[in-house]
Ligand binder design. Structure first.
Ligand code: NAP
Length: 254
């Protein structure tokens, strides 16, 4: 018996989890992507793309696909889909697990300024012109236009179109994981004197923090939104174990 498992994805962990579950042979995994990236990385399992139409739409999808387990492995800053998952799981009775990589924590030598939003970080940079590396998603760049006095280095998977309305900006197209050597080089080449990023956690984009520490650069770190609640684990291994337990009890009950 193969039970349908839906993973809400868009992260490295979601892809890894999908691969691990597909190997089990007793669940039919589908990975759901929002469709933000033009050419997403290969996921290795069947993929569906696009929003469900809110919590109600997700609940309807869970019912029509007879989904046995739902795993929210979306990005820690993807707050809306996580709230929808909690609501849809409650409405349908489908067991839900959130897979959330632990947040980064400052260590000795870090110069972090923790803020609630990108706008607050941009304001915190001050009036004097600086050279800022904005390690943010394409959809989050708007507040930057309120601070045209700075040089902005923007890195994204897909091109930023239209370009930001600031006089001095450079755009780098790249997809993680980002190695430490390359991060050091990037900061040096562009003479960066401040970093602006979100507390995404995980390893794929953590090297910039070490590079900033080595150069004693201030990091304006946007805090995570409040968690949507419900059962959560921090690693792919724990999520695999949760699925194993749930599938075992589903088979016993069948
Ligand atoms: P969001 O604000 O929480 O979601 C907005 C809407 O997008 C949701 O209400 C949902 O539409 C749709 N959606 C989001 N994730 C989806 C998924 N995996 N499958 C199907 N529909 C999804 O999320 P976001 O910040 O726009 O992020 C979108 C995706 O990008 C997520 O999958 C996330 O893991 C990934 N991502 C986000 C970030 C980030 O910093 N936000 C960074 C890296 C990757 P409906 O209400 O119509 O269902």
């Amino acid at each position: 018996m193969s039970l349908p498992v839906l993973i809400l994805g868009g992260t490295t962990e979601a892809r890894a989890l999908a691969g691990r579950l597909a190997e089990r042979g007793d669940c039919a995994v589908t990975l759901s992507l929002a469709g933000r990236t033009r050419a997403p990385a290969a996921q290795g399992v069947p993929v569906r793309v696009g929003g469900f139409g809110g919590a109600g739409g997700l609940a309807a999808h869970l019912r029509s696909s007879d989904t046995a387990l739902l795993i929210d492995a979306t990005h820690p800053f993807a707050a809306q889909i996580s709230r929808n998952a909690v609501e849809a799981a409650a409405a349908t009775g489908v067991p839900l697990l959130a897979l959330r990589r632990p947040a980064w924590e400052a260590v000795a030598g870090d110069r972090w300024f923790e803020v609630e939003s990108v706008a607050e970080a941009v304001g915190g940079l001050g009036q004097a012109p600086r050279r800022v590396f904005a390690a943010l998603g394409r959809q989050e760049l708007e507040p930057i236009e309120d601070a045209p006095q700075h040089f902005w280095l923007v890195r994204s998977v897909d091109p930023v179109e239209p370009k930001l309305r600031v006089p001095d900006a450079a755009y780098v197209l790249d997809r993680g994981p980002f190695p430490l050597d390359a991060e050091r080089l990037l900061l040096r080449e562009h003479r960066i004197d401040a970093v602006l990023c979100k507390n995404s956690g995980g390893t794929a984009s953590a090297a910039k923090l070490q590079a900033a520490r080595e150069l004693s650069l201030p990091v304006f770190m946007v805090r995570r939104p409040t968690s949507a609640g419900g059962e959560a684990v921090g690693s792919v291994g724990e999520a695999v174990a949760w699925v194993g337990q749930r599938l075992a009890s589903a088979k016993r009950g069948a």
